[in-house]
Design a protein around this ligand. Structure first.
Ligand SMILES: *Cc1c(COP(=O)(O)O)cnc(C)c1O
Length: 409
């Protein structure tokens, strides 16, 4: 597949013509999260968009559909509402919602001409790494690098001349921050496209298109849906022509998001703003508690002044999110006893839901990364990643305390 000619990608497209919304253009994030993309149906009065279950749609005459949809793989009314709402929240002209975050990665990778050069952050989501290192390994050329260092990126731009740069910020699980505007300037100079995986921040905390990125990517499974009950992914962009190509390609590849998870995601995203505020209040408290805890070696949270990129995070994000990573004193065994001793935090993969989760990257989310590579990246056996939920702060703190006490040697 190679629908996108890189030269067709308009740089610096301005974000006018924002998705329609129920109310005026100056509405705030929470208002848009609830209303964008939908006004009560004039025929039925439905306040909430229905789950459209129809696989096919009637036509007046051949090629003239009654509404906007012909076949639900290509487009579907519920999914269109979601796409419009997400685009509005991210400040993008367009959104293409697909079946998972990795379906969105597949979509982007197939949109590039074969043998493209793709520069990927070396601390990206494990599944993103696996997709590039296996399924697309013989289709494109990949190089992995530390995107937090602008000089490293710049050197690689000249040497490798990438067509696409894939950045995650903050990263998973080490919460490293990349200077998105800085990388965007380097990309523009070399006519490379920039994609930012914005899953950890959500559109509430960071808007990479405004910082100069060409694509924003989300696993909507995480904060956007926020209830751990629907898998989905989305790519957002401003360019009209590339949007048309991506829509056609998602239909060609069959990557479509079904109406039911689309509807759940619409319901979930309505409360994104208030959830994120609570997530990060709780996360800040948890991070501060861990930082002074005698059983903890080190804490990584962008909201701590001890985070090496705290100032950069402050400059490009409006908050620091709900993910906290720390190193417990001891090794694999200590980490295991600690994790199995938690009561409120559930030991599980994934993140971004209302419930607090604890994860052991070396054995769980990042197990597909070879051990030697994990060592180079600093994903050690005593590293624990918390997705801090929206429960009562005191219960989360008490839970961590009792798990530390119960796992002391
Ligand atoms: C979960 C995740 C993905 C993959 O999304 P799925 O919906 O699980 O396919 C990609 N990037 C990040 C940062 C993620 O957390």
């Amino acid at each position: 597949m190679s629908f996108i000619s890189l030269s067709a990608m308009g740089f610096g497209t301005n974000a006018t013509g924002l998705a329609l919304c129920a109310s005026g253009g100056s509405d705030g994030f929470n208002t848009l999260a609830i209303h964008a993309g939908w006004t009560p149906d004039p025929n039925t009065g439905e306040v909430i968009p229905p789950i459209s279950r129809s696989a096919t749609f009637a036509q007046h005459e051949p090629g003239v559909p009654v509404g906007l949809d012909e076949y639900a793989r290509a487009s579907n009314p519920t999914r269109r509402v979601l796409e419009q709402r997400l685009a509005t929240l991210e400040g993008a002209n367009h959104a293409v919602a697909v079946a998972s975050g990795l379906a969105a990665t597949t979509l982007i990778m197939h949109s590039l001409p074969n043998n493209s050069r793709v520069l990927v952050g070396d601390d990206v989501y494990g599944g993103t790494y696996r997709l590039t290192a296996t399924a697309f390994r013989d289709i494109h050329q990949f190089r992995y690098l530390d995107t937090t260092s602008l000089s490293t990126v710049e050197a690689m731009m000249t040497e490798f001349r990438p067509n696409l740069v894939w950045v995650e910020s903050p990263t998973n699980p080490l919460l490293q921050i990349t200077d998105i505007a800085g990388v965007a300037v380097l990309c523009r100079k070399c006519r490379a496209l920039l994609l930012v995986d914005n899953t950890f921040s959500s559109p509430f905390l960071q808007n990479p298109l405004k910082l100069g990125a060409d694509f924003v990517f989300h696993s909507t499974t995480k904060y956007i849906n926020g209830h751990s009950d629907a898998i989905g992914g989305v790519v957002m962009l401003n360019d009209d022509e590339v949007h048309g190509q991506l829509q056609m390609l998602q239909n060609t590849l069959g990557l479509n998001l079904d109406a039911y998870p689309a509807w759940l995601t619409l319901r979930g995203v309505s409360t994104l703003g208030i959830r994120m505020e609570r997530h990060q209040d709780n996360a800040q408290s948890v991070a501060e508690m861990l930082e002074t805890h005698p059983e903890v070696e080190r804490v990584i949270y962008p909201g701590l002044t001890s985070h090496p990129q705290h100032e950069l995070a402050k400059s490009q994000m409006s908050g620091f999110g709900g993910m906290v990573t720390f190193f417990v004193k001891g090794g694999l065994e200590r980490a295991t006893v600690f994790l199995t001793g938690l009561r409120v935090f559930t030991l599980a993969e994934s993140l971004g839901g209302i419930e607090s989760l604890a994860n052991h990257p070396a054995r769980m989310t990042h197990a597909s990364i070879p051990e030697a590579r994990r060592g180079e990246l600093g994903i050690t056996d005593n590293l624990i990643r918390l997705s801090v939920g929206i429960e009562d702060e005191k219960d989360l703190i008490a839970d961590l305390e009792q798990a530390f006490a119960g796992s002391r040697a």
